[in-house]
Design a protein around this ligand. Sequence first.
Ligand code: PEP
Ligand code: MG
Length: 539
Amino acid sequence: MECLKGKSVYRGIALGKISVLKKTDYVVKRTKVENADEEIERVERAKKLACTQLQRLYEKALKEVGEASAAIFEVHQMMLEDADFNEAIENIIRTQEVNAEYAVASAGDSFSEMFASMDDDYMRARAADIKDISERLVQNLAGNADNDLQFAEPVIVVADDLTPSETVQMDKEKILAFVTVHGSTNSHTAILARMMNIPALIGVNMDLEKLKTGMEAVVDGFKGEMILEPTEEAKKAAFTKISEEKEKANLLLELKGKENRTRSGKKIEIYANIGSASDVGYVLENDAGGIGLFRSEFLYIGRNELPGEEEQFQAYKQVAQNMAGKKVIIRTLDIGADKQADYLKLGKEENPALGYRAIRICLTQPEIFKAQLRAIFRASAYGNISIMYPMITSVEEVKRIQRIVTEVKKELYECDIPYKDVEEGIMIETPAAVMISDELAEMVDFFSIGTNDLTQYTLAIDRQNEKLDSFYKPHHKAILKMIQMVVDNSHKAGKWTGICGELGADMELTETFVKMGVDELSVAPSAVLKLRKIIREMK
Ligand code: PEP
Ligand code: MG
């Protein structure tokens, strides 16, 4: 038994087998082989495995995001069987007498270069698919198949670090906990863990080379530790804790259907944050009053191309319908910084958090923005949708958004496509937006304070930098004063203000927020009933 310490980002407890994700950049070596038939046989086995992996991905995507986006995995399955691609691999093995890995990688490179140089947009986009399938085959040949982020049984995922795009690809039902060497408490991966209700530890000093997939472990998010190969006694203690936690959760369930009202009668809305259509289950399970932040960018990451208007429409419509009239606030694309999508070719930046991200991308690439807005407005006919725009710093940006929104609505109207005039709000997550919140309040229907970025930009602390976790002080007076200022300015204009950053779920501040006049808190689904309990016990 070995006890490894880390920093907990979600308090929960898990017991199970670990699955070690090794992301060492695999370098394909060229080696001479004597038996070409054997190498060709290895390629066949890797293809068979790839086919099973792609089928699993297809079924998962079909369930979670619909037919249109799942189709890409069918395309990959077909590409695996492409006669020219397979002939090229076999030729390289036989004529150059080389290993399967090298043959697959070099056939993949030349096919993807060939596609990339084509005139047709569709064919050019296939270059990334070819790269994707050849990398999958190479990983399978190298015995790194576990890295496809799909697990056969629920596991504790142990990794050096996890990007948000890797996290979203994982099947939530198959994850007991996350444990990583790196990561910061305010990263999107940590946020996802909280949203998924999954115990998570970061900053665990462990040597991944020494850990083996299949080892048993207990992850204790209360103590911030992972016990490897626990004794029977430690396992028993974990079981007891798990059932105690279940009992506590059941007690909270008694609060379902009750109001978020203090004893003196003050009411506050408690909504939930989600990252995909499939998270609505957690929202309903925890009886949130609505969705206060749908991070739509998770529809854009962990894939090879932009999601089309139709695919997005289906996702937003599904959420709106499942929420059955409850408010659903969809935040428009907030990509960039730690949330990357290679196909957008955003380029490397010196200071990504201060860089080309969120509304800045939408305003400079209006075709991307308009496709998303069309999808959201189309979905608005099916429920109670609101839109919110991220990373606002000026009145001018809001005016530019409004001009684009007017164009989109006009186009829909002219095509006889039904939509509603939804509420439109902005995120207040830059000090600039706070300081001009009086002017901005006149232009929009509501504010939602993004305390994660607001803290980062106000205290000049990179939320991704794990070394700065101890300096990241979200209770800083400056932040609390800013929140009060924003709430007051919105109320003066007859508008409302919510908080959708992680601070909204900080139970030490719930009473303060209610007293400040905050109208809504949007938090991880698992925090909804805990907040309700605190509010109902307040004077
Ligand atoms: C925030 O910045 O507080 C926020 C809610 O947005 P995100 O965490 O997705 O940047
Ligand atoms: Mg933000």
